[in-house]
Design a protein around this ligand. Structure first.
Ligand code: PMP
Length: 382
């Protein structure tokens, strides 16, 4: 199989699995217990927290373990909003946040909070002037992703941090697609809170964290004494050890990013050469190294994914599937892409497991499979 869906998830590294297994079998006590085995579990938890802090450039007390980015995003937004001053009750999200996160924006709106969405330009980059106009003294917090999961576009976190700070508001950054793919340090990123999930960088699923700047007030969303009272619930120790192990394995993130970007660029130029109707979104913007979001003419993404499946290639469409069929991606809609083009969106996301052989094999097999379909589309078009 050629796996080109790293933005969806990644395989747990063998070292991650090896580090987790003994925790299941022998460090299973509750880390809040006073007895010896409980204290062993507590030490294991502290060691994992120290590793996270070292790799991500934060203090151990700034790490709040969660069940993943979704929970961390909810904790940040609801927790920071609830802790903000009464005159600050407006929340600002970008219009291209992860679909699950935008659902939270809608839920807040339904409950009476004013939520504004920062628009993006047709190339998927954030409209900074619009952001500056929206972020004022009545804003409690801004929630912005570091990198978009569909287009790969990098968001101007430092610039938005400066605007947010000047307005006296908090900044939450969803770095789920960024951490592990590009160098990151919490201390210098300008955000008050940062979320991520371990399974995006060869860690296990169902575990992640919220990094919360020391001294920033946050109301817990689940009560309990764990995580210094900020996130109640017995910690998922095997998962947390897996998360820390995956972070410790990252190595030279810059070198890996360059290698992956070369592979992505080779894939894009090869596809464009073989199939001139290939259109790549956001290719002029600063993007994640491995993300390529494109369409082949207006060939439906369903048709392309079926062909890819025959070639044993795993990729994604840009559409959300609902019971009635496919819906155009909200990210492409925010970029003013017409629906029929958006329904042709296919995302290839390359990662550390991607090889030159994967890309050259795809470039040999996919174009001859799609060319007749594109020709047919062209000759039957009105
Ligand atoms: N934010 C972004 C940008 C994501 O890409 C994802 C996962 N696709 C999430 C949040 C949610 O992560 P999880 O499902 O692990 O909670």
């Amino acid at each position: 199989m050629i796996y080109l869906d790293h933005n969806a998830t990644t395989a747990p590294a063998p070292e991650v699995i090896a580090a987790m297994l003994p925790v299941f079998s022998s460090v299973w006590a509750n880390s809040s217990s006073q007895h010896g085995p409980g204290q062993d579990a507590k030490r294991t938890l502290s060691a994992a927290r120290a590793t996270v802090a070292r790799v991500l450039g934060c203090k151990p007390v700034e790490v709040i373990f969660t069940s993943g980015a979704t929970e961390a995003n909810h904790l940040a937004v609801r927790g920071l909003l609830a802790a903000s001053a009464p005159q600050r009750q407006r929340v600002v999200f970008s219009s291209v946040e992860h679909a699950g996160h935008l659902k939270l924006a809608h839920a807040l709106r339904e409950a009476g909070t004013v939520v504004d969405l920062i628009p993006v330009r047709p190339d998927g980059t954030l409209d900074l002037a619009a952001a500056a106009a929206l972020i004022g003294p009545d804003v409690a917090l801004v929630s912005l992703m570091a990198a978009n999961n569909e287009t790969g576009v990098l968001m101007p976190v430092a610039e938005v941090a400066a605007i947010t700070q000047a307005a006296g508001a908090r900044l939450h950054v969803d770095a789920t697609q960024f951490i592990g793919k590009l160098p990151f340090a919490f201390a210098s990123c300008g955000a008050d809170a940062v979320s991520f999930s371990a399974h995006k960088f060869n860690g296990p699923k169902g575990v992640g964290a919220l990094l919360l700047r020391q001294g920033v007030a946050l109301l817990p969303q689940t009560q309990g004494s764990q995580e210094r009272g900020r996130r109640g619930g017995t910690e998922n120790l095997p998962g947390i050890v897996g998360l820390a192990t995956a972070l410790a394995l990252l190595g030279d993130v810059n070198a890996q990013a360059q290698r992956v970007a070369h592979l992505r660029d080779a894939l894009e130029s090869g596809l464009r050469q073989a199939l001139p109707d290939t259109h790549i979104w956001s290719h002029t913007a600063a993007r994640l190294p491995g993300t390529s979001y494109l369409r082949f003419g207006q060939l439906s993404a369903d048709v392309v994914l079926q062909r890819l499946d025959r070639l044993d290639v795993a990729a994604s469409s840009g559409a959300a599937c609902s019971s009635g069929g496919s819906q155009a991606s909200h990210v492409l809609t925010a970029m003013a892409v017409p629906e029929e083009e958006a329904l042709a969106a296919v995302r290839f996301s390359l990662g550390v497991s991607t090889t030159w052989e994967d890309i050259s094999s795809l470039l040999k097999t996919l174009p001859p499979m799609l060319a007749p379909l594109l020709h047919e589309e062209l000759t039957t078009a009105p």
